[in-house]
Design a binder for this molecule. Structure first.
Ligand code: AMP
Length: 304
């Protein structure tokens, strides 16, 4: 907690209501920055930039504290916390958004505290591209910036989103978003097109099929850990990206080997995250469990 923040993360904080075939959970802790910071905190001192309303339960702030997340960038604004609700179909892959209430998130102006502005790693998790640009402008000593996005921004804010993409080192997005933003059906072609727009790396998340990392020097594929029981895939992409950025920050340098390892760590932490609703599984996760599953990934993909 007292160590200098190495990774700053900005994104949404939500009270989520989630329905699956087996359960319905109301107002549980969610949002892109919650998942990403929790995942990153296993690897590196992580600082959160986000906003909550006055109705945000103190017990949720305690959850953040439990991960050792630096909260100097957490704002409390008069009004209600952002709320989002969604329902999953039986196979847990397809999700429908039922409602989105922006509340205090609608007038959020993220501020990077001075201590985070010096952080070498920055993750712009899913928020509007205008806000991502606003944060990017405040990052003074950043060495590596990744940004995530979603179909909503591709559809309603393509121009600021293109500005974000051209300014970051890495873009993460899921496969349908990669197709949407490029107009290419083939993911390899889609990734090549995004690389031409500026970033050095593009990570395409494929849910239960893992993730692919594209760069000018080639492609690296990481599987998702084969799980028998998935309770809640919400935030898996944010958990993956948070774990990835945390592990990269821990490695301290950005090279091909560090990036590949970070991809596997991202996939490992995401595989734990989906075992429970909200941050439930991550709250009881240990680094040794992460390492054990990391080794399992080696076994899963070993050829000889
Ligand atoms: P994912 O499963 O990666 O799509 O992330 C789910 C999280 O994103 C949930 O916890 C929501 O609170 C949050 N979320 C949903 N809609 C938005 C939005 N429009 N902007 C930012 N965050 C959102």
């Amino acid at each position: 907690m007292n160590q200098p923040v190495q990774l700053a993360v900005v994104g949404s904080i939500g009270l989520d209501t989630i329905e699956t075939q087996n359960a319905r959970k109301v107002d549980i802790l969610g949002g892109s920055v919650s998942y990403a910071c929790a995942a990153a905190s296993f690897f590196t001192p992580t600082g959160m930039v986000g906003v909550v309303g006055t109705d945000f339960p103190e017990s949720h702030v305690d959850v953040y504290r439990g991960f050792g997340i630096d909260l100097r960038g957490l704002q409390t604004a008069e009004g209600k916390t952002f709320r989002w609700s969604g329902v999953y179909e039986k196979d847990m892959n397809n999700r429908r958004t039922l409602s989105t209430d922006l509340n205090v998130f609608g007038s959020f102006m993220p501020v990077l505290p001075e201590e985070y502005a010096q952080a070498p790693f920055l993750f712009l998790a899913n928020i509007s591209p205008e806000l991502q640009l606003h944060v990017l402008a405040q990052a003074k000593s950043v060495k590596f910036v990744a940004a995530d996005t979603m179909d909503l921004w591709i559809n309603i804010a393509p121009h600021p989103l293109m500005e974000v993409i051209s300014a970051v080192d890495m873009l993460t997005l899921n496969e349908s978003e990669a197709r949407l933003i490029t107009g290419e059906g083939n993911l390899v072609k889609a990734a090549k097109k995004i690389l031409e727009w500026g970033p050095e790396f593009v990570a395409i998340k494929k849910g239960e099929h893992g993730a692919m990392l594209f760069s000018k020097s080639g492609v690296f594929v990481v599987p998702a850990y084969p799980l028998e029981l998935v309770h809640d895939p919400t935030g898996a992409g944010d958990t993956f990206a948070g774990g990835f950025m945390g592990a990269l920050s821990e490695a301290g340098e950005v090279n091909d080997a560090a990036i590949r390892k970070a991809m596997v760590y991202g996939s490992v932490v995401a595989s734990f995250g989906v075992e429970e609703f909200s941050l439930g599984r991550l709250q009881i996760l240990s680094r040794s469990e992460i390492e054990y599953r990391f080794d399992d990934f080696r076994r899963l993909t070993h050829l000889g």
